[in-house]
Ligand binder design. Structure first.
Ligand SMILES: Nc1ncnc2c1ncn2[C@@H]1O[C@H](COP(=O)(O)OP(=O)(O)O)[C@@H](O)[C@H]1O
Ligand SMILES: [Mg+2]
Length: 229
């Protein structure tokens, strides 16, 4: 975590050690977290959501280029330096408690994350030798986007959440509050094909060879983001 240096990721200031504890000093985020922001201010419109998620993806891209997966991206772990949430310098991903190098032979906590946000391939892990890819984080970004636009998770909610999450049982048709989204809106172009399904999901490192120089651009320039440029 010491080596992480990107505007859209929380910065570690210093670490102190006592006989039985570690004290970790982090950069202070006075603007609170995204979950609380939505609770207090209501849902985001597409433009605000696109801006926010674009900045989150920049942080994810940086991590992935260091071969690190975060494994717990969700609104509660997205923090604001100030209340200016549209400003790209004010948004950062926090809580690297579950982050790991993708190349570890055995992951610590191979099945981890938050029900509803975790990628199905992580939720389905059965033993500690199983591996998944960096792009597990993009699923969580997708659910986060869905949440800030709709205030709900993208599952039907009839069965148990973890089962729906693991089986990637998605439900895009019910919520009345997203019927006004633009045609280029999230679930047609960005969500349904590019984020949720592991086989189609964008991968900053593997699936975007022509954008080798700036790997995050493939996702950031999807239709959903382009319309708000
Ligand atoms: N550096 C920080 N500045 C301001 N608030 C923070 C900071 N780190 C954490 N928080 C607050 O505490 C909450 C939990 O922190 P987090 O690092 O996600 O720990 P946990 O492992 O308990 O989820 C965050 O959602 C945020 O509201
Ligand atoms: Mg947290």
């Amino acid at each position: 975590m010491r080596a992480i240096d990107h505007i859209n990721l929380i910065k570690l200031d210093s670490v102190y050690e006592s006989v039985n504890s570690y004290y970790i000093i982090l950069e202070l985020f006075s603007g609170g977290n995204l979950r609380d922001y939505i609770w207090q201010n209501g849902l985001l419109n597409e433009r605000k959501a696109a801006n926010l998620i674009k900045n989150v993806l920049k942080g994810v891209s940086y991590l992935h280029n260091q071969n690190i997966m975060h494994r717990d991206i969700k609104p509660e772990n997205i923090l604001f330096r100030t209340s200016a949430i549209s400003d790209e310098t004010q948004v950062a991903i926090a809580d690297l408690g579950l982050a790991t190098f993708n190349s570890e032979q055995k992951y610590i906590f191979p099945r981890c994350g938050t029900p509803g946000y975790v990628a199905p391939e992580i939720a389905a892990v059965n033993n500690s030798n199983e591996h998944y890819e960096l792009k597990c984080d993009l699923y969580s970004v997708g659910v986060t986007l869905f949440y800030v636009l709709t205030g709900r998770l993208p599952y039907p909610g009839k069965k148990d959440l973890m089962k729906e999450n693991r089986e990637c049982t998605l439900e895009f048709t019910k919520a009345e509050n997203y019927c006004n989204f633009s045609e280029e809106g999230f679930f047609f172009f960005f969500f349904s094909s590019k984020i949720f399904f592991a086989s189609k999901r964008l991968d900053f490192k593997i699936n975007l060879p022509i954008r080798e120089k700036n790997r995050c651009q493939g996702s950031i320039e999807s239709q959903f983001f382009l319309q708000f440029k």
